[in-house]
Design a protein around this ligand. Structure first.
Ligand code: ADP
Ligand code: ADP
Length: 214
């Protein structure tokens, strides 16, 4: 799944993973987990994540190669937030070719820039399970500040502060467009109108994965 910060990748990847019975592999969640546990990889990634920059390709590719090597990804995975640069997309193709696989579909969730700022600044996530994602206006929890699913406290991500939101969009949109072009050239890109309500976006995505562009 390709999309700008705040496009709805995480929200949709969770729903698709459930519907398709595939693991949801979110590079940002994996980085945050490593940072929280102060692993060597987390210590190297932290300054980039905190400033809204992309983590260097080498480190990111290592993170994903390790994750895709685990048994639950044998039949495939929903990749959320990776690849985010052209070298990452090339590395993913090589990695999958070695495993006898390929990118079956690249799903680009296209969202207006103003809407991205609104989504990121109102995002709240569960402090226990980061795939439980809310929005204070668009997808509020039943009880303010509490996760509907497990009752844990909701929190805002450190990088969803206004200045880091601006930095992320400024630094991350140009390489994302290169990834969009890369998959378009390979004939596997589907562009999804992400400015629609969540359920409608899910329907478009399911349609695209069951009849991917060839
Ligand atoms: P969002 O959901 O807002 O798009 P993510 O949770 O996917 O953000 O990523 C959070 C941060 O983790 C990014 O701003 C970046 O610093 C780092 N990151 C995640 N995925 C990648 C990637 N594929 N390449 C480089 N950095 C990444
Ligand atoms: P990403 O992983 O691409 O950064 P998220 O899935 O975390 O995006 O969504 C960003 C914010 O936008 C969250 O607060 C989420 O609840 C909200 N959101 C997601 N999809 C939609 C949608 N279709 N309409 C309105 N808000 C949405």
């Amino acid at each position: 799944m390709v999309g700008a910060p705040g496009a709805g990748k995480g929200t949709q990847a969770t729903l698709l993973a459930e519907r398709l019975g595939l693991p949801h592999v979110a590079s940002g969640d994996l980085f945050r987990e490593n940072i929280k546990h102060e692993t060597p990889l987390g210590r190297r990634a932290r300054e980039y994540v905190d400033s809204g920059a992309l983590v260097p390709d080498e480190l990111t590719i290592e993170l994903i190669a390790d994750r895709l090597g685990r048994p639950d990804a044998n039949e495939g995975a929903i990749l959320d937030g990776f690849p985010r640069t052209r070298p990452q997309a090339e590395a993913l193709d090589k990695m999958l070719a070695r495993m006898g696989g390929r990118v079956a579909a690249a799903l680009y969730i296209d969202v207006d820039r103003e809407e991205l700022v609104h989504r990121l600044s109102g995002r709240w996530i569960c402090s226990v399970s980061p795939t439980h994602v809310y929005h204070e206006v668009a997808r509020p929890p039943k009880v303010a500040g509490v996760c509907d699913i497990d009752g844990a406290a909701l929190m805002q991500r450190d990088d969803d502060k206004p200045e880091t939101i601006r930095a992320r969009l400024h630094k991350q949109l140009p390489p994302m467009f290169e990834v969009v072009d890369y998959y378009s050239e390979r004939g596997v890109l589907s562009t999804i109108d992400g400015d629609r309500p969540v359920a409608e976006v899910t329907d478009q995505l399911l349609h695209a994965v069951t009849s991917p562009a060839k």
